[in-house]
Design a protein around this ligand. Structure first.
Ligand code: BGC
Length: 733
């Protein structure tokens, strides 16, 4: 209940940080196990626990909220001993334990840590220590049935970076520049007199004059204070806090502030990196870098909106928007399995879903469309990417609960036109005084109702629940009919002239035939009106390029993606961003900030373009009928402004690779790898069978390649596992 660091015989046990992590503690209380054999010694042994408030009872949210999960900090521990003769003994925390205060004077996730090294208690977790003056602990009630073992990768220092420079700002501040907006903390060494106080303040950006800027942190202090004991070179790093920052203002440091005295410890849930994407366009490579770092900084046990201000919460909308991209970059199977279990635990009896998971906000309101849909989209995406039906099985009631919740809202069970919705959050077609784009909220809500119902039907099918599969398919069909009646004129015009509205109906398959053609044409016109700029917010942006490519406008998608002027994905990149920004104009063209009140420079949502880079430009995708990349689709969109693309994805079957390079004279070389025990459908754009070779042979005669079709669009083949090198002449685009 809180955070702990465990010590045995004076040594820290393990390298897991911010333990026990963050879950919906009142329903699921996590614990960790460690093999401590090596730390034991002959004779006396001693165990100690340091505790801090953390998520459990520290400051959470922007309203100075505390004690979100309980009033007391507490620790529960068991030491299981197996003796050489096979006998066993268990030692546990009980009333005989003793407690005292230590050098950590303040520790808060948002605000930092204050450590007075003069108060260190030498040897406190060793057996020789005299604890006569320590007080007895207080026993608190803790329902043991809530205990769950660690479910996902622990948080660790995943990498360490050094400041790239020490700045002296116009305001006279000494500031470390880490060269990267990062999440974690600073480790440093110092030689000072006893009582010398060093303060580190953390910020994401400098203002337009080059001064240290913390306005966007709101009430989060992000301040680490260290008071020297005056004992030669001292080294310190915090334990019970983390900061989101690129710049560190150093105050009170005795002697010269040199980069070598400071190390940035990058902390996140220690998941395996599974994907990489590289191409001939340096700004797109930086964009991919920013997407990945947005993920690192916000996958700190819970998928959070941001890692720096007084928020850092598991916003459901943001998570569903980014989930597929995240699954390319890293193995997020356990990470999301844990999180959707919390979602299920926090879901209301009527199926409603809190805005954030773990839920610390539901007193205000809950269940917005496109946010609550995380209940369906996240487990479905995990199934899609990892092919494990257990997650669908476990989450099925939660998924169904959400769809039934929507069905029960308002008088019309086939539309969702009641209640509160965030809408197209931060869409640029918002009114001056609003955060929400102008796409009608009932259109968004009803479109997501249809989408979640369709996914639920697919999930039921994957689980062999035939009746449900059929009944949600038919519910979906009816929603679609209602949707068309409500939002599309008989002539095929969509009532809302916004990019996001057009994107949603195309993406979710709410229009067909002639209407579809009209909707895509209108979307392209809307984009042209903006001189190839987007106006979409959180809801429309993730799908924008997908629907353009899918419907024959890949060139328009590329113009948007390669657009460098505001608003665009590359605009922040040209401004030196190293992570994704919350706003398209976090820093405006004139260098001023969007606003102080909600301006994160590390918000992964718009990083959702990453899955389009992997899925479309590199062309790596799976098939929901043979999920988890059992059957793979390789359909690279070669050319169009790139000379080469190299992508790899470490699937659960092994490495999938898709690389292509276009030579000056239009010869395209596509190299792919298909892992063991899988098969792939390969579609090569603009290829002609007669001139298409694999290795040295025409594909028509190549072994292991089954040509399926030659169409105007190209050649489609079925291949088994192995590596292939295709070559053909393509018109340069
Ligand atoms: C968060 C978002 C979140 C939103 C809900 C913001 O404060 O940072 O990313 O989805 O609130 O509208």
């Amino acid at each position: 209940m809180g955070l702990y660091e465990l010590q045995l015989n004076g040594q820290r046990v393990g390298d897991w940080l911010l333990t026990p992590g963050w879950t919906s503690y009142t329903k699921r209380q996590p614990y960790q196990t460690y093999d401590v054999t090596k730390l034991l010694q002959a004779g006396g042994n001693a165990i100690g626990l340091m505790l801090a408030d953390g998520w459990y009872r520290g400051n959470l949210g922007w309203k100075e909220q505390r004690n979100s999960f309980g009033e007391y900090r507490a620790g529960l521990l068991q030491l299981h001993i197996v003796y050489a003769d096979g006998s066993e003994q268990t030692l546990s925390t009980d009333a005989s334990w003793k407690a005292s205060e230590g050098p950590v004077r303040m520790a808060e996730l948002y605000h930092g840590e204050t450590y007075d090294a003069r108060m260190e208690v030498t040897g406190w977790s060793t057996s020789g220590y005299d604890d006569t003056n320590w007080k007895a602990v207080t026993l608190v009630d803790s329902p043991l049935e809530l205990l769950i073992a660690q479910e996902n990768e622990p948080m660790r220092i995943a990498e360490e970076i050094r400041p790239v420079q020490v700045l002296h700002t116009p305001a006279g501040e000494t500031v470390l520049d880490m060269g990267q907006n990062m999440v974690g903390w600073i480790r440093f060494t110092v030689k000072g007199e006893a009582g010398q106080t060093i303060t580190l303040k953390h910020a994401e950006v400098l203002d337009k004059d080059g001064n240290f800027y913390t306005g966007n942190l709101r009430s989060a202090k992000q301040t680490v204070t260290y008071i020297c004991k005056g004992d030669g070179t001292e080294s310190y790093e915090p334990r019970f806090t983390f900061q989101g920052f690129q710049y560190v203002k150093v105050e009170g440091y005795p002697g010269e502030v040199l980069p070598e005295h400071f190390t940035g410890c990058v902390i996140h849930s220690d998941m395996e990196q599974t994907g990489s994407f590289e191409c001939s366009h340096p700004l797109i490579n930086q964009l991919q870098h920013n997407i990945l770092w947005g993920q690192k900084g916000n996958f700190v046990d819970v998928p959070t909106d941001c890692p720096q201000r007084d928020e850092r919460l598991g916003w459901t909308g943001d998570a569903q928007v980014f989930v597929r991209t995240s699954a390319f970059n890293m193995n997020v199977a356990s990470f999301f399995t844990k999180w959707v279990r919390d979602l299920k635990a926090d879901q209301f009896p009527d199926g409603g879903v809190p805005f954030v998971i773990p839920d610390v906000l539901s007193k205000d309101n809950h269940s917005s469309s496109a946010w609550g849909d995380a209940a369906v989209i996240c487990p479905w995406t995990m199934y899609l990417c990892y092919g494990d039906t257990r997650i669908l099985d476990e989450q099925y009631d939660s998924m169904k609960g959400w769809v039934e919740y929507i069905r029960s809202q308002g008088a019309n069970s086939l539309l969702w036109n009641t209640g509160f919705h965030f809408g197209d959050w931060l869409g640029l077609d918002a009114r001056e005084d609003s955060y929400t784009g102008s796409t009608p909220k009932d259109l968004i809500a009803s479109a997501f109702y249809y989408y979640s119902t369709s996914l639920l039907s697919l999930a039921a099918e994957a689980l062999g629940k035939r009746e449900d599969a059929e009944s949600y398919r038919s519910l979906g069909y009816k929603i679609k009919e209602q949707f068309r009646q409500e939002f599309i004129t008989p002539a095929g015009r969509l009532v809302a002239p916004t990019q996001t509205a057009h994107v949603l109906v195309l993406m979710f398959g709410l229009v067909e035939g002639e209407t579809r053609s009209r909707v895509i044409r209108t979307l392209v016109e809307l984009i042209e009106e903006q001189q190839f700029h987007l106006t979409t917010g959180f809801v429309g942006t993730p799908y924008l390029c997908h629907v353009l490519t899918e419907n024959g406008y890949h060139d328009v998608a590329l113009k948007l993606v390669l657009q460098e002027s505001y608003p665009s994905w590359l605009f922040p990149v040209t401004k030196g961003a190293t992570t994704m920004w919350e706003h398209w104009d976090g820093i405006k063209t004139d260098g001023s900030f969007w606003s102080d009140d909600m301006n994160s420079f590390n918000h992964y949502a718009y990083g959702a373009i990453g899955d389009w880079l992997y899925q479309v430009v590199a062309g790596i995708d799976t098939d929901h009928k043979q999920a988890g990349y059992k059957h793979i689709h390789i359909r690279p969109k070669a050319g169009y402004g790139f000379d080469y693309v190299k992508a790899r994805y470490e699937s659960i079957y092994g490495e999938i690779r898709s690389e292509w390079a276009l030579s000056e004279d239009g010869e395209l070389t596509i190299t792919i790898t298909i892992p063991p025990n899988t098969s792939a459908t390969v579609q090569l754009p603009d290829a002609r069978l007669e001139s298409l070779t694999e290795g040295e042979t025409s594909v028509q005669f190549a072994e292991g390649i089954h040509v399926q079709e030659q169409t105007a669009e190209g050649v489609t083949m079925l291949v088994g596992s192995g590596s292939y090198r295709f070559q053909y002449l393509q018109q340069r685009r």
